[in-house]
Design a protein around this ligand. Structure first.
Ligand code: ACO
Length: 372
């Protein structure tokens, strides 16, 4: 049987940092509330497009694997915050990399987009459709953020990472996954203001307001990730004691603690980035994976559990067997330019732009599928 080993990894984090203190300059919030309820201290705001972040992360991942862009057969771009809808974003990465013979697709399952993309690439490798794939998890939430809503504005950040997945005879890569969607709760997280439901009613695309039922998402996320983790461990015949490292979606430290406690894995086996980066949606899992390797926390042959959830509410858990190599074969000199403005200045620009667009009929009157 052909397996799909992860042979390269790379990240691209924009350098502008938005702290809890920055947020409290324009929101009725404070560091104590944010840290105690979420575990977050800071997050990043990107001064470049999502595709630019994805290209840097991809170049790092390809150098790490020692793979030439021209040998990539497939690019899967996991994200819910694309620069454009048409053409797709994967084709933008493809052209910037010179991956001329790749097939390119975007996958949007919100925060689980990277892991659903990994499943897609793995399935195509196992079935012989492709041999080498680049899988990206990227998110540029800041332009779509409802910055004046403290319920959501403190939670999210921008970032990107990518992995290279290659056909292998060894039993490596995704050993099994559990995928699902709690669609009866899809109304708990909705970004109003993107898509024809809104533009057909005269709303300026991108002028967003968020529907967000945090406590309900919290409960659903914990139950969903625990059930998915237990299901994938059972399917693969492993127990919590066999898990070497957990790399979970980083939406909230309290969600992560609840999931690992109920799954029977100790917290010292968990890779955390939530304090420094917040919730980067599709980018959280691959960035945490890349940092686990950078920090020497990934051991050769490690068994890794990756539970995640996202809007939809999509939910999943993957079990990955890491290979022998935990250091990069090479490093690319690709890097982002320096931002000209601070994170807070960029956020203030977005807030000012949105208030200039406030002449539209308003989003609260816009109904959507459940109410029609
Ligand atoms: N600063 C200060 N106070 C705040 C803030 C803030 N930033 N946000 C909310 N509050 C207030 C609320 O108004 C409320 O006040 P009240 O009691 O006077 O009404 C109080 O804090 C408590 O609010 P709760 O919602 O009960 O707080 P909770 O402990 O549930 O934490 C949180 C809220 C952090 C949002 C939590 O529910 C959570 O993490 N939920 C999961 C959300 C999530 O991760 N979503 C990601 C979706 S994934 C994707 O695909 C994008």
């Amino acid at each position: 049987m052909t397996h799909a080993a992860i042979t390269g990894w790379g990240k691209c984090m924009p350098s502008a940092v938005l702290t809890n203190a920055d947020l409290s300059t324009f929101l009725d919030t404070n560091d104590e509330w944010i840290v105690s309820r979420t575990g977050m201290k800071e997050r990043r705001v990107s001064h470049v497009s999502a595709i630019e972040m994805a290209v840097v992360a991809s170049k790092q991942a390809l150098a790490c694997a020692g793979v030439d862009a021209a040998d990539v057969d497939l690019i899967v771009y996991g994200s819910c915050s694309s620069d454009e809808l048409v053409p797709n974003s994967a084709s933008g990465v493809q052209t910037a990399l010179g991956a001329t013979r790749a097939a390119s697709m975007d996958v949007n399952t919100a925060c689980t987009s990277f892991l659903y993309s990994l499943s897609t690439a793995t399935a195509m490798i196992r079935t012989g459709v492709v041999k080498t794939a680049l899988v990206i998890g990227v998110e540029i939430i800041s332009p779509f953020m409802d910055w004046d809503n403290r319920n959501v504005a403190v939670l999210f950040g921008d970032g990107c990472a990518a992995v290279v997945v290659q056909a292998s005879d060894k039993e490596e890569g995704v050993l099994g996954e559990q995928l699902g969607c709690l669609a009866d709760a899809r109304q708990t997280l909705r970004v109003r203001g993107m898509g024809t439901a809104y533009t057909n009613r005269g709303v300026t695309s991108g002028d967003t307001e968020w529907d967000f039922d945090g406590p309900e998402i919290f409960k659903r996320a914990v139950n969903g990730m625990v059930q998915a983790s237990q299901a994938v461990m059972k399917k693969c015949g492993v127990t919590p004691d066999d898990i070497d490292l957990v790399v979970p979606h980083q939406a909230n430290l309290r969600i992560i603690e609840a999931v690992v406690n109920r799954s029977g894995v100790p917290m010292d086996k968990v890779m955390l980035t939530v304090e420094r980066y917040g919730n980067m949606s599709a980018a959280t899992v691959p960035v945490a994976l890349a940092e686990a390797l950078e920090e020497g926390r990934m051991k050769p042959g490690a068994l890794v559990l990756l539970p995640a959830f996202g809007a939809g509410l999509t939910v999943c858990a993957h079990l990955v067997r890491w290979g022998d190599r935990v250091t990069p074969l090479g490093v690319s000199d690709a890097a982002l330019s320096k931002p000209k403005k601070s994170a807070l200045e960029m956020v203030q620009d977005i807030r000012a732009r949105k208030s200039r667009d406030a002449s539209h009929p308003g989003l609260q009157g816009v109904t959507f599928i459940e109410q029609m």
